[in-house]
Write a protein that binds this ligand. Structure first.
Ligand code: CUA
Length: 353
């Protein structure tokens, strides 16, 4: 009976571990999003505050651990040695031993004091995070879906508003206010080098403040288990100097360029004549669906499928032909095309710079 229970528990444990790891291990691939993904390599004030708290916590806990071990070694060293034939010394039963009693009292007091230091430091960190000046902030709306990120930049004019996916561009040295929403289930936004985590909850709007002080590419990742492809819900934050950021904004606000050569024109026909238009939008064409990522400037992004594959023609073609091979359970169906049409479609999509 006990052996049966043990076997059942083992099987349950193995099933749970498998569920957590399947999306990474079973498909033999790792997310490709380039960029720094390191909470200790901080590149902005918000991540810096969190990094300081981490350093303090590591220092306090290490000192605490060493003190406990030292106490243990000292206690063993100083305790009397008894021989086997000696009768047990029960004289201290029922009364306080003053030495050990005081030592335990001191140790508990110091431990509690150190824990309060950490609580105090956490509160100070929280307040420091809330103090980021938001003057001249960039506002970006991010909605998490299974399993990609919808990113919307609002402009002063309605025509300046545009949508992109799985990539955030921000100017260096300016605060960024992210308005976060959950489109289906709960996701969590995390760019370790720039900020802490924040949940995206359906029906609620949360905000996350961050700032990059150094230009660079920073990898972000969904940090809340949100289904089978949770591990493949990555994104990239590209922090650029202000002029480069403004240039990127200006180019993203433009509708997709009209095809100039025959292959690309054929690719646009394939796109508009296939099931792609049921889910995707390309501004400047009749494709305006919002179920999947906006593809208006797909060619300018470094990855596809939320950091699952590099954005190169061969990968894009394989992705369109059979998305389930790379991201089982995602909502994108396979598209069957002749190789000529697939080539033209990929040329068209990659031309959307
Ligand atoms: Cu979205 Cu995990």
């Amino acid at each position: 009976m006990r052996a049966d229970l043990r076997r059942l528990a083992l099987r349950r444990g193995a099933a749970l571990a498998a569920l957590c790891c399947t999306s990474v291990l079973a498909q033999d691939r790792t997310p490709v999003t380039p960029g720094v993904h390191d909470a200790l390599a901080t590149a902005g004030p918000q991540a810096g505050h969190i990094g300081d708290l981490w350093n303090l916590t590591v220092f306090v806990c290490t000192a605490d651990f060493c003190a406990v071990l030292l106490g243990l070694v000292l206690a063993l060293w100083r305790s009397g040695r008894a021989r086997v034939e000696d009768a047990a010394d029960l004289s201290s039963v029922g009364r306080h031993e003053r030495g050990p009693y005081r030592t335990v009292l001191w140790s508990v007091s110091v431990s509690i004091a150190l824990l309060f230091v950490l609580v105090f430091a956490s509160v100070l960190t929280d307040r420091a995070l809330a103090r980021l000046s938001l003057a001249n902030a960039v506002n970006i709306e991010v909605t998490g879906y299974q399993w990609w990120w919808n990113v919307r930049y609002r402009g002063d004019q309605p025509s300046d508003t545009f949508t992109t996916a799985n990539e955030l561009h921000i100017p260096v040295g300016r605060p960024v206010v992210l308005k976060l929403n959950g489109g289906d289930v709960i996701h969590s936004m995390w760019v370790p080098s720039l900020s802490g985590k924040k949940d995206l909850i359906p029906g609620r709007t949360a905000t996350l403040h961050l700032q990059a002080d150094q230009p660079g590419r920073y990898r972000g990742q969904c940090a809340e288990f949100c289904g089978y492809q949770h591990a493949f819900m990555a994104f990239e934050v590209i922090a650029d100097p202000p002029e480069r950021y403004e240039a990127w904004l200006a180019s993203q606000r433009q509708p997709a360029p009209e095809p100039t050569d025959a292959t690309v024109r054929r690719g646009q026909e394939v796109f508009l004549g296939s099931a792609c238009v049921m889910c995707h939008a390309i501004r400047g064409t009749i494709a305006g669906a919002r179920l999947g990522p906006d593809l208006t400037h797909l060619g300018s992004r470094s990855t596809i499928a939320a950091g699952t594959l590099l954005n190169r023609p061969a990968e894009l073609a394989r992705w369109i032909a059979n998305p389930q091979q790379f991201k089982p359970g995602s909502n994108m169906p396979a598209t069957t095309l002749s190789s000529a049409d697939m080539g033209a479609l990929v040329s068209y999509l990659e031309s959307l710079q």
